[in-house]
Design a protein. Structure first.
Lengths: 175, 490, 187
């Protein structure tokens, strides 16, 4: 499943939960009860709620931090990555190599000649699959192995001037 | 002689200026969405000028209005300088005029993030004058706000002894009892003073660096240092808006519900956490800069999660408790303030999701980002001071809230939810943000968002007109009012 | 022996040619020791001049703001690399440095500092912090030698010196704001 889909479903779930809580409290606001017992009960509930929330966040933090896109994958012997130099310029991409094979590990070493740009890789359905910033004086890396053949598109993802939206390029992945 | 009316004059001016600018900026927002949706055909140069003015104007105007809320409540506890507030307003207007001239007369369009070296390297789209007008405009605007926060810091220290005591650290440490904790308006103001003085100092440094680079390109800046300073400034300053505006919720909601909401130890700890986290989490804007030390980015994710805790466990939870089975009277003020808490909390969800590095890897700089910040900025922060505007109008005049206002409330809530939702859908579809044109697959949500934006704009116009009508009806027997204003919330 | 005497002595010491040459031979000492000491000398002497010209100070510097403005202008002037260069090459500039820093910056500072309020002081501090940080950046990162009389390595060292002072100012402001001063804060 796409990361975007997971993010969307997770967000939707919790946002609906928030809507429900606010709706219920608004609905219940029409009753008038003494505050002291409410306070006592719900302060107690808060201890559990707070603890549960912290636990949930901790689990999610640890789970999502196991594998970071910054880390170079461990390559097996004889499976050296193809290093591709990418230089962003206003308003285009200089890519040293743009044809790859499925299963071939690729490292994009991304920099910029002028201003900040963003190097975003889109698949054929126009879903973003990876990105990094293209900065002058610095080189950011994207580690990727394409699983599907097809034409992938590079889009600029950091506002860089008036032709920002025209800054695209194609790469081809074959079987 | 200082009267309630003269004291409130400035607050009213802040809110009016803020409100009017926000309506104007919504027009630009709608035009951008219509362009992206393919409905109108705007030249890319114009689109990016609108982008620049929309971002700058919204953050500036919302900050000004929120500062008005903060000043209104803070000055019930400490002595703020009227002169400083006047100077801040004057500098704000000067800065705004310079930014407008720079953008529209000199075609400056770096987006409000003015990421070095874009102000200087525009590929000949704009020249030195435009860049300098914008950068100096921002500097002047920033100088005004810096003055405002230095004065609030001075006033808090004069009354409470130190900023540490303004945050109630002596209560946290157990040296003082919870009953002697500073009022919530003071705690929040102290937090905002600390983070914004820091933000504005970083901001002025990076603005001047850009100015020097624009004048003499031989002087270069480390682009990563500039990026850090820019986001430290931008993130903190934009974030502080909601921490100023939320004072309205703290002060007004308990009065309506007729229930006490006092600062206790947990509350104080939450605000100290917010202070620290707000200063540190700007690195979540740099998650896609793998040249940053990895620990700063991991910290960026972890602290962004943790920064949700104070609002989720303390502020929003407290507001819900105050309202729950309280028989609260719902009018425009209380409804908007309740809605604003909803907006903040619901916006936290996609924000936290996006602060996750593996998610950010495919969602950074997509429209997911405006999706979540339109929730807690428009539905959260702005709604707080719209609520305050209705409260002030009711408190200070005999103006009636007609049915039009209630319709506007419903329209506003639905419109902003739809607008933010459309942005989130776009983000899930990988639509990049800040693009003048969209491919057909991305156009649908943009058009939907534009329509929602029109309704939101009409609704806000109703809010602001109500407020302007109140200005003409303000009471004159203000001396009698003073006592009721100075009463602490029950 | 009072403060003004100390100030005069310090000034006398700084003027002695061998001391002067020694200090000016190293960029960081020139900028971050000699210049601040000249201001300090004037600051210490301020008491004497305040007593002697009471009316003058009252008329021209009642609230301390004109005095502080003069201080800021003089200090800004001596932060420009070109003026430092000129003071080494040109006798009249050297004279002007030794007159302007103690008498047009130090003494007005001594007269004004007690008169200005907390707000003005903090405005000055929070302008100083980014300005010193910028000086640090300028000297560390400058693409060229900004002074003809000093090497680039010295220039970099000066930059780091500015950065240390910036850090010092930030730490000072932090302890100022977070320790109790209910009595000291004024308008």
């Amino acid at each position: 499943m796409l990361v975007q889909t997971i993010a969307w479903i997770t967000s939707l779930f919790f946002m609906i939960l928030v809507v429900a809580v606010f709706a219920v409290v608004a609905w219940k606001s029409r009753e008038r009860k003494d505050y002291a017992p409410i306070k006592k009960k719900w302060y107690k509930a808060r201890t559990f709620y707070g603890a549960a929330l912290i636990a949930l966040m901790l689990v999610l933090t640890i789970y999502t931090l196991r594998e970071l896109p910054y880390n170079q994958p461990v390559y097996g012997a004889g499976n050296e990555p193809t290093v591709v130099d990418v230089q962003a310029v206003q308003f285009g991409w200089n890519i040293s190599e743009n044809e790859f094979k499925v299963g071939e590990p690729v490292e994009f070493h991304v920099t910029s000649k002028d201003v900040n740009h963003g190097f975003g890789i889109y698949d054929e359905e126009m879903n973003m699959i990876a990105q990094t910033q293209a900065m002058p004086d610095y080189t950011n890396k994207v580690f990727i192995t394409f699983d599907e053949p097809g034409t992938y598109e590079i889009l600029c993802l950091e506002y860089c001037g008036l032709a920002h939206h025209l800054m695209t390029a194609d790469i081809t992945v074959t079987e | 002689m200082e009267t309630v009316k003269s004291r409130n004059n400035l607050v009213v001016s802040y809110l009016t200026v803020g409100g009017v600018i926000i309506i104007a900026m919504m027009v630009f927002g709608v035009l951008m969405l219509l362009t992206q949706g393919g409905v109108i055909d705007l030249a890319p140069a114009a689109f990016y000028q609108f982008l620049t003015i929309h971002g700058t104007g919204m953050v500036g105007a919302a900050a000004l209005a929120a500062a008005g809320v903060m000043a209104y409540f803070l000055s019930q506890y400490v002595q703020l300088s009227q002169k400083v507030m006047r100077v801040n307003l004057a500098l704000f207007l000067t800065g705004v005029v310079m930014v407008i001239i720079g953008v529209f007369s000199f075609k400056y369009a770096s987006a409000w993030t003015f990421l070095y070296p874009l102000p200087q390297l525009s590929a000949n789209a704009w020249g030195t004058i435009g860049a300098l007008l914008y950068l100096f405009g921002m500097l002047i605007l920033g100088a005004g706000f810096l003055l405002f926060y230095l004065d609030s810091g001075r006033a808090i220290m004069k009354k409470y002894g130190s900023l540490a005591k303004g945050l109630g650290w002596d209560v946290i440490a157990g040296k003082k009892s919870e009953d002697d904790a500073p009022p919530k308006a003071v705690i929040a103001s102290t937090m905002v003073t600390i983070v914004n003085v820091t933000a504005l100092t970083a901001g002025s440094a990076v603005l001047i660096m850009n100015v020097i680079n624009v004048i003499n390109p031989a002087f270069t800046v480390d682009p990563l240092l500039a990026k850090n300073l820019t986001y430290a400034f931008g993130h903190i300053f934009a974030n502080s808006i909601i921490y100023m505006a939320v004072i309205a919720v703290y002060e007004i909601l308990p009065r309506y519900a007729n229930r006490p909401w006092k600062a206790n130890r947990v509350f104080l700890i939450a605000w100290t956490m917010s202070t620290v986290f707000t200063l540190l989490i700007y690195t979540h804007h740099l998650l896609m800069d793998s040249v940053m030390p990895t620990w700063t980015l991991i910290l960026g994710q972890a602290l962004s999660y943790a920064n949700g805790l104070p609002v989720l466990v303390v502020t929003a939870y407290g507001a819900l408790m105050v309202v729950y089975k309280s028989g609260i009277k719902w009018d425009m003020a209380s409804s908007l303030l309740y809605l604003s808490m909803f907006g903040w909390v619901v916006g936290v969800v996609p924000a936290i999701v996006d602060a996750t590095i593996v998610v950010n890897h495919v969602m950074h700089n997509t429209k997911w980002v405006p999706g979540h910040f339109h929730m807690y900025m428009a539905l959260g922060a702005c709604t707080m001071f719209f609520g305050f505007m209705y409260y002030l109008a009711k408190e200070d005049s005999d103006i009636k809230e007609n049915a039009m206002n209630r319709i506007a409330f419903v329209a506003f809530a639905l419109a902003i939810v739809s607008l933010s939702g459309s942005f989130l859908v776009s983000g899930a579809l990988s639509t990049p943000r800040r693009w003048a044109t969209h491919i057909p697959e991305w156009m649908g949500p943009a058009v939907f968002g534009a329509v929602a934006g029109v309704f939101a704009m009409l609704a806000v116009t109703v809010f602001v007109i109500h407020f302007i009508r109140y200005i003409n009806k303000r009471r004159h027997n203000v001396h009698l009012e003073k006592t009721s204003h100075d009463e602490k919330p029950a | 022996m009072g403060k003004p005497m100390f100030g005069a002595l310090l000034f006398g010491l700084l003027v002695i040619p061998p001391v002067r040459h020694l200090m000016e031979s190293v960029m960081i000492v020139h900028m971050l020791v000699q210049i601040p000491l000249l201001i300090l000398a004037g600051f210490l002497m301020a008491g004497f001049f305040r007593k002697s010209f009471q009316r003058f100070w009252f008329v021209w510097n009642e609230n301390g703001v004109p005095g502080m403005l003069l201080v800021v202008i003089i200090v800004l002037y001596w932060l420009i690399p070109r003026t430092i260069d000129a003071s080494l090459e040109n006798w009249s500039m050297e004279w002007f440095k030794f007159i302007s820093l103690p008498f047009l910056a130090g003494i007005p500072l001594g007269d004004s500092w007690g008169k200005i309020g907390t707000l003005t002081k903090s405005i000055i501090m929070f302008n100083l912090i980014p300005m010193l940080g910028l000086m640090a950046w300028l000297y560390i990162d400058a693409p060229v030698r900004v002074c003809n009389n000093y090497l680039e390595a010295e220039q970099k060292m000066l930059g780091w010196g500015f950065l240390m002072i910036t850090a010092g100012c930030i730490i000072y402001m932090l302890q100022y704001a977070f320790t109790d001063r209910s009595d000291a804060v004024s308008e």
